[in-house]
Design a protein around this ligand. Structure first.
Ligand SMILES: *[C@@H]1O[C@H](CO)[C@@H](O)[C@H](O)[C@H]1NC(C)=O
Ligand SMILES: *[C@@H]1O[C@H](CO)[C@@H](O)[C@H](O)[C@H]1NC(C)=O
Ligand SMILES: *[C@@H]1O[C@H](CO)[C@@H](O)[C@H](O)[C@H]1NC(C)=O
Ligand SMILES: *[C@@H]1O[C@H](CO)[C@@H](O)[C@H](O)[C@H]1NC(C)=O
Ligand SMILES: *[C@@H]1O[C@H](CO)[C@@H](O)[C@H](O)[C@H]1NC(C)=O
Length: 271
C-alpha cells in the first residue's frame, strides 16, 4: 500500500501529498516543490530539504494557498535560485535568514510570511520583551531580488538587511499593528518595516508599511540606498538613525528617498 502511495505521490504531489518535497529535473534544471503538512505540524525539515536539494541553479516552489508551520528557526544559503513563494509561512516563534548570491524571490502579491504578531503585542503591551524573532533577515547576500512579497504582523523588525550588496526590492508590504490594543495606545514596539545595516546598492520601489514603529530605518554602514514610492501608514516614518548607538564606524552615505507619503491613521485603530 505504502509503495502505491509513494508512486502516486511522485506523479501527483500537489494533489495527494500533504507535507512533501517533490524534486523534479527538466533539461538539467531542478525544481523542488514543498507542500505543507497542516495541523501545525512543523514544515521546516521539508523546507530545509528543498533548500538543500535545490540550493544551486534551481527553482523552489511554495504553491498557492499552502500554509507552512515554521516550528524552528532556519537559515538558507542559495546560489542562482528562483523562489516562487505563493504560499504563506506562519512563523510565530522562529526567524528565517536568507544568504547567498543571485536569488530571485517572487511572492506574486500573495505569498509571504505571517508572524502572528498579535501574540507578542498582546504580551508586551507597549514594552519590548527579549527573544522576539525576526521573521525575515537577509544576511551575507548579494545580487538578489525580492518582488511582490509581504511580511505581515511581524514579531520584530519585519524585513531586515543585516549584510547585503546589490539588492532590489519591489512591491513589498509590511504590516505590524495590534488588533487588540485599546484606542490611542501603541502596543507595537520594535516592529519596523524595512531596515538596512552593512548594506550597499539597495533599491526599494513601491513599499507599503502599516504599523506602529519605524516604516524604514537606515542603520549604520548603509551606502547607496535608493528608495522610491513608499507609503508609511502610522508609526514613526523614516529613520536614519541608531547611528551613535554603536562604537564602530556608523556612517551612512548617499540615501535617496522619493515619493514618500507618511501619515497617521485613524486614532481609533492606532497600533
Ligand atoms: C558569504 O557568502 C559567500 C558566497 O555568497 C560565501 O562564500 C561565504 O563563505 C559567506 N560568508 C559567511 C561568513 O558565511
Ligand atoms: C558585510 O559587511 C561588511 C562590513 O561592512 C562588508 O565589508 C561586506 O562587504 C558585507 N557583505 C555583503 C555581502 O554585503
Ligand atoms: C510591481 O507592481 C506593478 C503593479 O503595481 C507591476 O506593474 C510590476 O510589474 C511589479 N513589479 C515586479 C518586479 O513584479
Ligand atoms: C506605489 O506603491 C503603491 C504601494 O504602496 C502601489 O499601490 C502603487 O501602484 C505604486 N505606484 C506606482 C506608480 O508604481
Ligand atoms: C548613489 O547611489 C546610487 C545607487 O543607489 C548610485 O547609482 C550612485 O552612483 C551613487 N552616487 C554616489 C555619488 O556614490
Amino acid at each position: 500500500m505504502i509503495r502505491y502511495i509513494l508512486i502516486f505521490c511522485l506523479f501527483l504531489p500537489l494533489i495527494v501529498c500533504k507535507g512533501s518535497v517533490h524534486v523534479s529535473t527538466s533539461r538539467g534544471h531542478r525544481t523542488c516543490t514543498v507542500t505543507a503538512h497542516g495541523d501545525e505540524q512543523n514544515d521546516v525539515p521539508n523546507i530545509l530539504t528543498a533548500f538543500k536539494k535545490c540550493s544551486k541553479k534551481s527553482t523552489i516552489i511554495f504553491p498557492e494557498g499552502e500554509k507552512y508551520w515554521i516550528g524552528e528557526k532556519l537559515h538558507a544559503r542559495l546560489e542562482d535560485v528562483d523562489i516562487k513563494w505563493h504560499g504563506t509561512w506562519l512563523n510565530h516563534r522562529a526567524g528565517f535568514i536568507l544568504s547567498g548570491d543571485k536569488i530571485r524571490l517572487n511572492g506574486y502579491r500573495e505569498g509571504g510570511i505571517d508572524g502572528n504578531g498579535d501574540a507578542w503585542y498582546d504580551e508586551d503591551k507597549g514594552s519590548s520583551t527579549e527573544g522576539r524573532p525576526m521573521p525575515f533577515v537577509l544576511w551575507n547576500i548579494t545580487n538578489s531580488k525580492i518582488h511582490n512579497f509581504q511580511v505581515q504582523q511581524s514579531q520584530f523588525w519585519s524585513l531586515n538587511i543585516m549584510n547585503g550588496t546589490n539588492l532590489a526590492f519591489e512591491n513589498i508590504t509590511c504590516t505590524a499593528f495590534s488588533n487588540n490594543a485599546p484606542a490611542g495606545k501603541n502596543w507595537v514596539q520594535n516592529a519596523d518595516g524595512f531596515n538596512t545595516m552593512d548594506a550597499r546598492y539597495v533599491s526599494l520601489n513601491n513599499f507599503l508599511y502599516r504599523g506602529g514603529d519605524d516604516c524604514i530605518a537606515i542603520k549604520p554602514r548603509s551606502y547607496d540606498i535608493r528608495i522610491n514610492n513608499i507609503t508609511c501608514d502610522g508609526g514613526n516614518g523614516v529613520a536614519i538613525g541608531s547611528l551613535g548607538q554603536y562604537l564602530e564606524d556608523s556612517s551612512v552615505e548617499n540615501v535617496t528617498i522619493t515619493n514618500a507619503e507618511v501619515s497617521y491613521y485613524d486614532s481609533s485603530i492606532t497600533p
